[in-house]
Design a protein around this ligand. Structure first.
Ligand code: LLP
Length: 422
């Protein structure tokens, strides 16, 4: 079947809507998403884990727009949240509390209380102090908190250092060689109901090997726990499956590959599996639509200056991430290398260097692809630039799912209110 984002008569089109028509109505820069692409991505996970006792919990951090979360909630998805804000969004978008997992490195008492009150499925606990805090909070509610303990398997995910999480040197989870002790302690805490073990080794994984190593370590550990009289009912394998950002990316593992591996290595343990995909559900379903402001030449370099910038899509500046960048109108004219930059006053405001691009004029539209995950959610208002609006396309219709704030809106939170001291 035709991909959701494709050229039709040389015009880049998302589902049934040509991007120039959207640019005209919404302006640029704007994030544009395909609901069909998100639904297809979710269906791949659902089908992959079909027949297993498994719950897909969309990692909402990848894109927290309510319409995006609702798209998955409507298909039966749970949610993986990492803050009180994300938890509120998941609930507001219709994810049942009993399908919500609360990950996150350090949950505050306010967040713990809110989650206990909502009666979520599970807290993924990252440290002993947090475990004690959750126990105390649950006791104050007169109940027990269902928890999993996130272990750190010391596995190299083979991804960018800033998004690797499964090494002992990373701040995440509890080292496997200490985890048994922590489970034993958890068992003695009156406010704690041990439900499972959780792991997440990193993001944008393009090989299954680190998962295999991780699952083997988890399986061995679950055996150790059983021998110690601690029986689990859930294993949360985290997220992390990558997407093909680069034109030349070879085959990368699919949800079906991941599910098969999980079934082989963890299927016999009698536990319900939880999987927390983020990027692989939304990344390829979105793009950042921008316009060329100017083309300028400096020394031997050709600069294409877009109206989108590092504050709108941070990934290239932050991780040297590669995103395909394409003209919205395809002419077939010969390409020449261009540095594709934004107007923000930093050299890091560069989307690509020496990228082959056709001739482009001011006002021409350019799409930065694979921007549905960790795009809008990581945007800032640096240089007093308004946050970019978000649009959801659904067949031949489209909705603005997040408004572009006005400059007055943006200034409205600045105040001059004296703080009273008693
Ligand atoms: N579960 C946990 C506990 C996580 O920390 C993450 C992502 C996920 C699930 C979802 O991972 P995914 O399936 O999306 O790989 N901003 C970075 C990515 C940070 C990922 C953080 N944790 C980027 O733009 O590449």
């Amino acid at each position: 079947s035709r991909p959701a984002i494709h050229y039709r008569d040389d015009i880049l089109t998302i589902e049934d809507i040509p991007l120039p028509a959207l640019a005209e109505r919404v302006g640029t820069p704007a994030y544009i998403y395909s609901r069909a692409a998100m639904q297809a991505a979710y269906a791949r996970y659902r089908d992959a884990f079909e027949g297993m006792d498994a719950l897909v919990c969309y990692a909402v951090k990848a894109n927290t727009n309510l319409s995006v979360i609702r798209t998955f909630a409507d298909m039966g998805s749970g949610a993986d949240v990492v803050s009180g804000g994300e938890l509120r969004r998941a609930l507001a978008a219709g994810v049942p509390a009993r399908r919500i997992v609360f990950s996150g490195v350090a949950k505050t008492r306010e967040e713990i209380d809110f989650a206990l009150n909502a009666d979520i499925l599970q807290f993924n606990v990252e440290s002993e102090p947090e475990l004690k805090a959750i126990s105390a909070a649950a006791m104050a509610f007169g109940r027990r908190a269902r928890i999993a303990i996130r272990v750190n398997p010391d596995v190299d995910a083979g991804t960018h250092a800033k998004i690797s999480t499964g090494l002992t040197e990373n701040k995440f989870g509890i080292a496997l060689n200490r985890a048994l002790g922590v489970f034993r302690e958890a068992k003695t805490l009156p406010g704690i109901d041990i439900q499972g073990v959780a792991v997440h080794i990193g993001s944008q994984l393009t090989s299954l090997a680190p998962y295999g190593l991780t699952f083997d370590r988890i399986a061995a550990f679950v055996g150790q726990l059983a021998a110690a009289g601690i029986k689990l009912s859930t294993i949360d394998i985290g997220g992390g499956l990558g997407i093909a950002y680069h034109e030349d990316t070879g085959p990368i593992p699919t949800p079906a590959d991941l599910a098969k591996l999980a079934r082989e290595r963890l299927g016999g343990l009698g536990c319900r599996l939880i999987v927390e995909p983020g990027r692989s559900l939304v990344g390829a379903a979105g793009l950042l639509l921008t316009r060329v402001i100017y083309e300028k030449h400096g020394g031997d370099r050709r600069f294409l200056i877009l109206d989108g910038a590092m504050n709108d899509l941070m990934r290239p500046a932050l991780y040297d991430a590669y995103h395909r960048i394409v003209p919205v109108v395809r002419t077939g004219a010969p390409e020449s290398p261009a540095d594709i930059v934004g107007p923000v006053c930093e050299t890091g405001d560069t989307f690509a260097r020496a990228r082959p691009m056709p001739p482009l004029q001011p006002g021409d539209l350019v799409a930065i692809l694979d921007a549905g995950a960790y795009g809008a959610v990581m945007a800032s208002t640096y240089n007093a630039r308004p946050l970019v609006p978000e649009v959801m396309v659904d067949g031949g219709s489209a909705s603005i799912i997040r408004e572009r704030p006005s400059h007055a809106d943006m200034m409205a939170l600045d105040s001059n209110r004296a703080i009273a001291f008693a």
